[in-house]
Design a protein around this ligand. Structure first.
Ligand code: B16
Ligand code: MG
Length: 220
């Protein structure tokens, strides 16, 4: 039986992927690095510095000549772009079906955790007014390795006091599904079935997420 559900934020609870894209695009344009939606797919679930490294690796010299300080400045600049873009996010940006799912979990007495790679996750959770639905919000700075490593999902399970095999993880990114699977959990993917083929159960959109369907498919 399912004993806990652990959620990703960006792309599952709210569509901040478009703001991350916009913020990286502004930086990439300044640096004259080609950047489009397709490339942005690779950055989903990947933390800020690792995302920057991927973008810089597009340059012929592979970004090897940049100092750490320079890279940190660029990462900060992207984050400033991002914070401006998310300033006005409110509960109207909660993705379809998510509130119903949260209410069903509450009713069923199933605790929920948040395992987002974003250092802005707490701010967003507050702006979206979904804080009361989470029993645990993992601080991504407290885990050694980002997604696709299992660390953040394992930390959420540990803080919830539930063994991995009774946990369900919900993710929109390939790196996130890998993290859930390496944590030994049941993976629910939201999005494209080809991209998320390692998931145990896939829905195309958040509106199709239902606790009862997840429970029916669950193999622990
Ligand atoms: P920040 P998630 C991830 O959040 C995003 O998918 C990814 O695009 C972003 O780079 C990462 O958070 C770090 O975000 O710069 O705000 O710390 O999908 O794990 O909720
Ligand atoms: Mg995500």
């Amino acid at each position: 039986e399912i004993q806990a559900i652990i959620f990703d934020l960006d792309g599952v609870i709210t569509d901040t992927a478009k703001y991350h894209y916009e913020a990286w695009k502004q930086l990439a344009d300044e640096l004259n690095i080609p950047f489009d939606w397709k490339f942005n797919e690779q950055l989903k679930g990947i933390d800020r510095m690792a995302s920057l490294e991927k973008i810089l690796s597009q340059l012929p010299d592979e970004g090897k000549s940049f100092t750490l300080e320079q890279k940190q400045d660029w990462a900060t600049s992207k984050n400033m772009n991002y914070q401006l873009l998310i300033e006005k996010v409110d509960e109207s940006e909660i993705l379809p079906g998510i509130l119903d799912l949260f209410h069903d979990l509450k009713q069923a007495g199933i605790p929920a955790g948040l395992a987002s790679a974003s250092r802005n996750a707490r701010t967003l959770v507050r702006q979206l007014k979904v804080e009361p639905f989470f029993d645990v919000i993992v601080d991504p700075t407290s885990v050694a390795q980002g997604k696709p490593a299992p660390d953040i999902f394992l930390k959420a399970a540990e803080e919830l006091g539930v063994a991995s095999r009774y946990c369900v993880g919900v993710e929109d990114a390939e790196a996130g599904i890998q993290a859930i699977k390496s944590a030994g959990m049941f993976a629910v993917g939201v999005g494209d079935a080809d991209t998320l083929s390692d998931a145990d159960y896939i829905v195309a959109e958040t509106s199709q997420l239902s606790f009862y369907d997840i429970r029916r498919h669950f193999v622990g």
